[in-house]
Write a protein that binds this ligand. Structure first.
Ligand code: NAP
Length: 283
């Protein structure tokens, strides 16, 4: 029940017309009997400063941040965690006595889901990653912090992959190679990888092609597709057909949410309840 004491959390983004976060978090608050409510707040970019001042003024407990504000929001925060600073993006804010603290839980969500699903020890593993955008950066930096031995970054344009690859080498001392999607070396890089990650939106639409030739895949590889709608992309279908371990983006969404929940409430998140709420909504 919402009372005068209910603490307010919300998602700030634009247009933010669709999000699974309210369903996941409100189910968790209900399960643990916590007096919080999670809503969605679409804020146009001209209003972002006012929205952030409003967070403080009316004493919001905190927020999540989504597209297109994960980077620009950093200008409005009082303190930013080391990890979020390294990733260059914030997706979680906590209001502590009028000061706004920023965190990034996306990378944690990816790593935790991988460990929980596969039980993998990441140190020394080779990673092949499609995409060099916002999600790719969080994933690549977190993998680099886990001391994987190499991250191959693939993009339509070499420049974008190069920028991320250079950033990884300079900031975390992680070996990284940038290649273009049409590069002839791509087959060898796919075959050499232990983990293959799709961090592009390719696969969300029915007509989307496969970005890699499955003839290069091996049975002992892990395929992680960050997409969760649909829950099974063409890439994951192929991975399952070829008996590879396959993970979709729902688990990353779940664990990034669990970490945000923990930051706000200082309680462990009820993972099973949150997973059930997500799956039910996506059915
Ligand atoms: P983004 O910033 O737009 O980045 C997408 C990247 O993919 C860009 O580098 C883009 O390159 C590249 N790309 C697009 N089409 C490509 C192609 N045909 N070949 C090679 N590279 C291509 O998007 P994002 O925010 O990182 O999100 C990426 C995906 O991850 C989305 O599907 C999103 O839903 C998902 N995601 C999932 C979670 C989760 O919790 N599971 C969290 C965040 C994101 P250009 O810029 O050159 O086009």
């Amino acid at each position: 029940m919402i009372t005068a004491k209910t603490k307010i959390l919300g998602l700030i983004g634009y247009p933010a017309t669709y999000s699974l976060s309210p369903i996941m978090h409100n189910a968790a608050f209900k399960q643990l009997g916590l007096d919080y409510v999670y809503l969605v707040f679409p804020a146009e970019s001209n209003d972002l400063r006012k929205a952030m001042e409003g967070l403080k003024a009316i004493k919001f407990a905190g927020a999540n941040v989504t597209i297109p504000y994960k980077e620009v929001i950093m200008d409005y925060l009082d303190e930013i965690s080391k990890e979020a600073r390294l990733i260059g993006a914030v997706n979680t804010i906590k209001n502590i006595e009028g000061k706004l603290y920023g965190y990034n839980t996306d990378g944690f969500g990816f790593i935790e889901s991988l460990k929980k699903q596969i039980g993998i020890f990441l140190k020394g593993k080779k990673v092949f990653m499609l995409g060099a955008g916002g999600a790719a950066k969080a994933v690549a930096l977190s993998l680099a912090l886990e001391e994987v031995s190499e991250i191959v970054i693939v993009d339509k344009f070499k420049k974008k992959a190069m920028d991320l690859s250079d950033y990884l080498e300079k900031n975390i001392d992680c070996k990284s190679v940038a290649i273009r999607i049409e590069d002839v070396k791509i087959g060898k890089k796919i075959s050499n990888a232990d983990i293959i990650v799709n961090a592009t939106p390719v696969g969300m639409k029915k007509e989307d092609p496969l970005l890699i030739d499955v003839k290069y895949l091996r049975e002992d590889q892990i395929i992680y597709d960050l997409i969760y709608t649909p829950q099974e992309t063409l890439l994951l279908k192929e991975a399952r057909r070829l008996k590879l371990k396959a993970i979709n983006g729902l688990e990353m969404l779940l664990y990034q949410g669990a970490k945000s929940f923990n930051i706000w409430t200082e309680r462990d998140a009820p993972i099973e309840i949150m997973r059930k709420a997500l799956s039910k909504e996506l059915e």
